[in-house]
Design a protein around this ligand. Structure first.
Ligand code: ABU
Length: 509
């Protein structure tokens, strides 16, 4: 990444201030200033895609503070300083689109989606009313309908909304489920529920499900963690047992969250078996496919992972994960239309006037609990236009094939790597084995040692700036690596690099 001296404004305008730009002044200063910013962005894009570039230039926070001038000044700085500030910001930013960044569920830098985000920023509108976002609101309607049709043929007439992240999408599902069962809750509050509401999710599910219980007044003790099997999938018989136990106590089971793609292991709960239980006991079934939802686009990988998803009442699906839409882009879908509005509408009459000149069902902002709503649709719509369903399907299949390749390469090097389980998705869980532990039998004592290696090896990755792979413990094992391939930039040679680089950095640990 070139340094700040590469982005010089003409000497004549270098000391100009914001007041020399539009809307204060006409003239070429605006063009030149924005052109330099675009130069910085394009160089970052190139560096992100250059395997010779580092992923990050790591500094500890106190050291980083000394490298940066972050203070908010009394008097505004020059345009040249603003250009330098932008260059410096990206110089120290982690390149999450680099082919050797395997650290998060959201990796990659999809350039069409990025172009969409640039346009979105320039349009700078709010998604609460058709009045100020007509094209974007219609795009949202079209893309959300398309996504529902992919979930199931009986979903077309349902409803959907883009939300600020998967956690809030899950919260929308919870709110709609409670509203469906207790429609008076909205006006009368907690007193309308005569008993303790309880909800169920697997012990591998995303923490946001438990957070719903806290935020919505159930208390986390009433979000029951259903045990999962060795592959991280919810055990349906355990779910049923917990439902029966709670009913016997006079509690009101009402909501089951089934995870399609758990964050750490990438496991898929058996939706059909869970849907049968939900139907028997009259519970709302939510599928949290924030992570695994992208596989709905693949004929090859959709089944059996997401079989039965059409039986759910609601589905969270984050295109900013597997599909590579720019952050953030999270969707929540409902089979039943009207619930979102009746649950969340406050009919604020300064915004959602009932006597507007157009059909007010397009004022989608009244369906959500927030007021201002970021435009997250354009980047997804543009990306979908570019790829079509076919392009997304190819992307999903490619990510899965690369993950299969990684598993194969790990199995070919059993002295150096230990595969924890056969993955269902692009999460590959494994231990790296340094030289001194290679002859040791694989016992819990060795797992404990391998767990201690993870943070040290991760630190070496970050300090060298060449690789980023995440690690974490879970309830069955100490720290282990979780590798994610969700970037279109990754090739087989990058997987080979990743394994070789871990060995280079870690063999002597
Ligand atoms: N559930 C948010 C994503 C976390 C991750 O990237 O690992």
């Amino acid at each position: 990444m070139p340094n700040t001296s590469n982005y010089k404004l003409n000497a004549a305008i270098a000391n100009s201030k914001y007041t020399d730009l539009l809307p204060y002044k006409d003239g070429s200063t605006t063009n030149e200033f924005l052109q330099r910013i675009v130069d910085i962005l394009l160089d970052f894009v190139k560096a992100t895609n250059d395997r010779k570039e580092k992923i990050l230039d790591f500094h500890h926070p106190e050291e980083m503070q000394n490298l940066l001038d972050l203070k908010v000044p009394e008097k505004g700085v020059t345009l040249q300083q603003l250009v330098n500030d932008c260059a410096t910001t990206l110089k120290y930013q982690v390149k999450t689109g680099h082919p050797h960044f395997f650290n998060q569920l959201s990796c990659g830098l999809d350039l069409v989606s990025m172009a969409g985000e640039w346009l979105t920023a320039t349009a700078n509108t709010n998604m609460f009313t058709y009045e100020i976002a007509p094209v974007f609101i219609l795009m949202e309607t079209v893309v959300m309908t398309h996504m529902r049709e992919i979930i199931g043929c009986n979903w077309k007439n349902g409803d959907s909304i883009l939300a600020p992240g998967g956690s809030i999408s899950n919260l929308y599902a919870f709110l709609a489920a409670r509203h469906k069962m207790f429609p008076n809750y909205k006006e009368k509050g907690i007193a309308t529920i005569q008993g303790q509401l309880v909800m169920f999710t697997s012990d591998q599910s995303h923490y946001s499900v438990k957070s719903c219980a806290s935020v919505c007044g159930l208390g986390t003790d009433n979000c029951l963690m259903v045990p999962s099997d060795v592959n991280g999938r919810m055990i349906p018989s355990e779910l049923e047992k917990l439902i029966v136990e709670r009913k016997a106590k006079g509690h009101i089971p009402f909501f089951v969250c089934c995870t399609s793609g758990t964050t750490v292991l990438g496991s898929f709960d058996p939706i059909n078996e869970i849907a049968d239980i939900c139907e028997t006991y009259g519970l709302w079934l939510h599928v949290d496919a924030a992570w695994g939802g992208g596989l709905l686009l693949s004929k090859k990988y959709r089944h059996p992972r997401l079989s039965g998803v059409e039986r759910a009442h609601s589905v969270t699906w984050n295109p900013h994960k597997l599909q590579g839409a720019l952050l953030q882009c999270s969707t929540i879908h409902f089979k039943e239309n009207g619930l979102l509005l009746s649950c969340n509408s406050m009919s604020a009459d300064y915004l959602f006037m009932q006597d507007k000149l157009y059909d007010i069902q397009y004022d989608t902002g009244d369906k959500v609990i927030q007021c201002g709503r970021h435009n997250d649709i354009f980047k997804l719509w543009l990306q979908w236009r570019a790829k079509g369903d076919e392009g997304f399907e190819k992307h999903m299949d490619r990510l899965m094939e690369l993950s299969e390749y990684m598993v194969k390469r790990i199995k070919e090097q059993p002295d150096k790597f230990y595969l924890i389980m056969e993955p269902e998705m692009v999460n590959v869980s494994f231990w790296y084995i340094p030289t001194r532990l290679r002859k040791m039998p694989h016992t819990s004592a060795r797992e404990a040692e391998l767990g201690k290696i993870c943070p040290i090896l991760k630190a070496r990755m970050m300090e060298s700036g060449t690789l980023m792979v995440g690690y974490q413990p879970d309830d069955r094992r100490p720290n282990f690596f979780r590798n994610i391939i969700s970037s279109a930039a990754v090739k087989e040679s990058d997987v080979d690099f990743l394994l070789a680089e871990m060995d280079r950095l870690g063999h002597n640990l």
